[in-house]
Design a protein around this ligand. Structure first.
Ligand SMILES: Cc1cc2nc3c(=O)[nH]c(=O)nc-3n(C[C@H](O)[C@H](O)[C@H](O)COP(=O)(O)O)c2cc1C
Length: 209
């Protein structure tokens, strides 16, 4: 399938490996000593949560890396707030029950036929096991698509609708991408800014609740 610019949708491009994500984390930490990143849910989900420390999970699905890049930017923005612990994880590595341990969930999906990828839908469908127990947590979403008007806003709205059904608290943005950051292909400078801003806003909001 091709967009108007002729770029094929990449069906089989490998996502970054977990080790590559960890390496990115290391270089990021080297550049920004104050960021607290956890790329392992094991590290972040222990019983040792500090008082007033807010835990934020950025969960994504990504085949060719665009949504994953957005996820890292969102996590970077969230980490700029003090007293937050940020986990960024592929949905494949994030057991759905772990969602209960977080104060905020930010979920990213590529746009697939104008909606979320099946892997993200599966995450929500599996969360019915603890329906009601996410109520009051902060929720937010972002999406990557191939085309302008390709359905990334409907994808975000589908994710936000599921969050609302869980009773989660969702905030819009009056100035930036209103529903959540959208990227056409790989994130450009505008998208980078939107993603960092979303992460920071969710972190700040979760500290207020
Ligand atoms: C099954 C499938 C369905 C897609 N549907 C759409 C679509 O409806 N609109 C669109 O703009 N792009 C669509 N795309 C393109 C992806 O949304 C786009 O390439 C996205 O950036 C991929 O994200 P990723 O790099 O995180 O995997 C589709 C791709 C696939 C594989």
């Amino acid at each position: 399938m091709k967009d108007e610019g002729g770029a094929a949708w990449k069906l089989d491009a490998p996502a970054q490996t977990y080790d590559e994500i960890r390496n990115d984390r290391t270089s990021l930490l080297a550049r920004k000593g104050r960021l607290k990143y956890n790329y392992s849910t094991k590290d972040a989900c222990g019983p040792q949560k500090r008082k007033n420390m807010k835990k934020i999970a950025v969960i994504y699905y990504s085949r060719s890396g665009n949504t994953e890049r957005m996820a890292k930017l969102v996590a970077e923005g969230a980490s700029l707030e003090s007293d937050v612990e940020v986990t960024v994880s592929s949905v494949k590595d994030f057991a759905v029950e772990k969602a209960l341990e977080y104060d905020a969930l930010i979920i990213g999906s590529p746009t697939y036929y104008g909606s979320m990828a099946a892997e993200i839908k599966r995450f929500f469908d599996d969360s019915v096991r603890f329906h009601g127990r996410l109520s009051g947590k902060v929720g937010a979403a972002f999406s990557s698509a191939a085309n302008i008007g390709g359905g990334n806003e409907t994808t975000i709205m589908d994710i936000l609708c599921a969050m609302l059904i869980h009773g989660m608290v969702v905030a819009g943005d009056h100035a930036g991408d209103h529903y959540g950051p959208v990227s056409i292909g790989s994130p450009d400078a505008r998208v980078e800014k939107q993603c960092r801003a979303l992460g920071r806003k969710v972190a700040a909001l979760s500290r207020k609740l």
